[in-house]
Ligand binder design. Structure first.
Ligand SMILES: [Zn+2]
Length: 71
């Protein structure tokens, strides 16, 4: 697999600052911008609305203890 164009990697600009992205930190230009985006993501849209605890169906079936056989 040696089909990677190393010369023209920066096709998209960094979504944080707009500088040409670096292949190492794609799609960002540096680790700092990647970290900024990560913090935005964690503080922004990471919160899950509601609880998914009651979203498990069929859980009771596996939780039902089998009656032990008496010898
Ligand atoms: Zn950047």
């Amino acid at each position: 697999m040696s089909d990677e164009p190393t010369d023209k990697v920066a096709a998209r600009p960094c979504p944080i600052c707009g500088k040409p992205a670096v292949a190492r930190y794609r799609p960002f230009c540096s680790s700092r911008c990647a970290d900024v985006d990560l913090h935005r993501w964690l503080s922004g849209s990471y919160s899950i609305p509601g609880s998914t605890e009651e979203d498990e169906d069929g859980e009771d079936v596996s939780l039902v203890p089998r009656s032990p056989r008496e010898p």
